[in-house]
Design a protein around this ligand. Sequence first.
Ligand code: EPZ
Length: 428
Amino acid sequence: MNYCFNDKLEIVGGNRLFGTFKNQTSKNAVLPIMSASIMTEGVVEIRQVPDILDVKNMKKILRKLGVKVTKKKDSLLLDSSKISRFQVDENLSKTMRSSIFLLGALLSRFKEAHITFPGGCKIGNRPIDLHIDALKKLNVKVIEDESGFFFDGRSAKPNKIKLKIPSVGATENIVQFAVKLKGKTEIFNPAREPEVVDLCNFLNSMGAKIVGAGTKKITIYGVDSLFGIQYTPIKDRIVSGTIMIATALTKGKVTIIDGCAKENESLIKILSSIGCKIDLENDIIKVSREGELKNINIVTGYFPKFPTDLQSIILPLLCVAEGNSKVQELVFENRFLIAKELNRMGANISLSNAHTALVRGLSAPRGRTVKATDLRGGAGLVLAGLIAKGKTIISDVHFIDRGYDHIEHMLSSLGANIRRVCQKQKSR
Ligand code: EPZ
């Protein structure tokens, strides 16, 4: 079903969630894998690709580079045999952060690349200094021009790179570029997120030699070429976490298939400690809540700490807990954007600084007309609407559609009273 830019979501609160949810494939795994597919002249088939806006935009960017992209049911076939351009389209790259992942892939393919500043949710100023510094360490020449940066990797050499922040994007760019860089490149303090590990597994299945993904050091031994493959990326731990929190909020009982139980350890520990019942059977997660919720202090961090992407989503749950909670957001500098809209619905969230929110418990959310401010903040508003008294109307739903494959279907299939109101506009 097409998304329209001005769609709205209408939610009538009060329904408890019951049933079974089959998790979607991970947005943050699929996007770098789509980008890395241009590193081979062979055809790459990516399976179970979610129908989300960021995938649609990445397809447009790849097509502009000359990649032949065809849809086969829920697979994407990507044929990069004829790509000739190393310039990422400026307007499209502003639609999302993941356009930056193309930097490493293009440099690996063409030994040069031109990118503009990437887009992405306004949850911080999203710099790319770590990407640039790391590539310079590999002797890549970087020239800033009026529209972005030109990278010349023709005299690149392997090296040891120590990341001062375990940046997901910077790790993914260095890995992609080093895969075909003769010699041994080492990354110290890399990002250890499951999506980074999945990208490395994808590249290794194409013939790369990457060792240590998910640990404190990744070593890449350069190879001459990569071949096309079929690949199914991992499932989305943030979408699964969203359903777990929605179930806890509505005092429901839901079974999540492919729930990313191992990757969601930090969330599962928190939900169990505040009063939820969680049973795990391999990767099937059974979550329910009967009694009241206890308050808790949460600190976000780099994997395997509590993920920043679940911070806005757990806020509504803390708003109805018995007692006050403190949330520290230590990854991004502007990730409490949604607090204002939640307060308009009756929450009581105050910021003591850009990184710390104090959440008063026992609030009784009321339905309101609110605006999504970013992808995960928008999902947090949807969850607040599930328990708010009366009707909640959410606009700027395109933020949510960037990462959730029709969130209204996910939740209505579990009994929520939620529907999409399509505004008459061209689809995106
Ligand atoms: C990825 O963004 C994810 N996006 C984000 O998910 C996720 O929140 C983030 O990693 C952290 O886990 C995708 O994978 C497409 P970072 P990324 O580089 O790579 C600072 C979602 O909701 N930094 O790990 O942009 C940066 O400002 C999205 O799905 C620099 O200072 O994140 C941030 O404070 C939102 N300089 C911290 O590092 C740089 O050059 C972590 O950022 C790069 C990053």
